[in-house]
Design a binder for this molecule. Structure first.
Ligand SMILES: Nc1ncnc2c1ncn2[C@@H]1O[C@H](COP(=O)(O)OP(=O)(O)O)[C@@H](O)[C@H]1O
Ligand SMILES: Nc1ccn([C@@H]2O[C@H](COP(=O)(O)O)[C@@H](O)[C@H]2O)c(=O)n1
Length: 211
């Protein structure tokens, strides 16, 4: 059997705890061979647009992402080739000038709001997770995070959430829950779900004779 990395998708709405879950899983396999890819790194480059145009962009629509590049990179990682992953700059709403070389590993964690929306991406995943957290908790978490880490104001987060993030979540993100193999309520604090996932990933790796 030809060796092939295991791909685990972690989807869910903004602030649901996707990154926290993905990092928990990452930590469990850090001694082995694991890497993490954030769909956010594949937001389309907007360096040719004005700041005003960038601020007004809908970042919660499937078309905001360069999934072609993301798929190309996943396919390279699946045949154990190194990729040059873009770095996203949330403060400037575009790709940073720098990128990062990512070496292939046996386990790939792919995390992002719309990773289950694109069938081509779903077809590349061995396990699909959806982190399910109530909208009130998600917006509180997002408010704090976007102000502390993404250079936003209270007013801008509220305006973006009500006009774009919420309706796009209902239209595009929530419906992808149906594609998940496992739905994880409350994310990173859900020890039972994390432990189950770790056991499952180990089994897959053993079956593939990777561990
Ligand atoms: N279970 C939790 N309890 C409290 N805060 C949390 C929890 N999970 C995540 N957070 C915090 O909420 C914010 C968003 O979490 P994150 O994992 O980045 O979500 P996502 O990647 O889905 O947007 C972060 O600041 C994180 O530290
Ligand atoms: N320039 C940008 C790009 C994205 N966003 C928001 O990020 C959210 C996705 O990231 P999470 O870590 O929260 O899953 C998404 O809801 C976009 O609205 C942004 O605000 N600005």
């Amino acid at each position: 059997m030809t060796k092939k990395p295991v791909v685990i998708g972690v989807a869910g709405g903004t602030g649901s705890g996707k990154t926290t879950v993905a990092r928990e899983l990452y930590q469990q396999f850090i001694e082995k061979s694991i890497l993490m890819i954030e769909q956010d790194a594949y937001y389309k480059d907007q360096s040719h647009k004005t700041m005003d145009e960038r601020i007004k962009t809908n970042y919660d629509h499937p078309l905001a992402f360069d999934n072609d590049l993301l798929i190309e990179h996943l396919e390279q990682l699946l045949i154990y080739q190194t990729i040059e992953k873009p770095i996203y700059d949330y403060s400037n709403h575009t790709r940073a000038k720098e990128s990062v070389y990512v070496k292939p590993k046996d386990v790939i964690i792919l995390e992002g709001i719309l990773i289950l929306e694109d069938k081509r991406l779903r077809d590349l995943m061995d396990i699909k997770l959806f982190v399910d957290t109530d909208a009130d908790i998600r917006i509180i978490r997002r408010l704090v995070r976007d102000i502390e880490e993404r250079g936003r104001t209270l007013e801008s987060v509220i305006e973006q959430y009500t006009s774009i993030v919420r309706p796009m979540h209902l239209q595009f993100i929530e419906p992808t829950k149906r594609y998940a193999d496992i739905i994880i309520p409350e994310g990173g604090q859900n020890r039972v779900a994390i432990d189950l996932m770790v056991t499952k990933i180990r089994t897959i790796l053993e079956e593939k004779e990777i561990l």
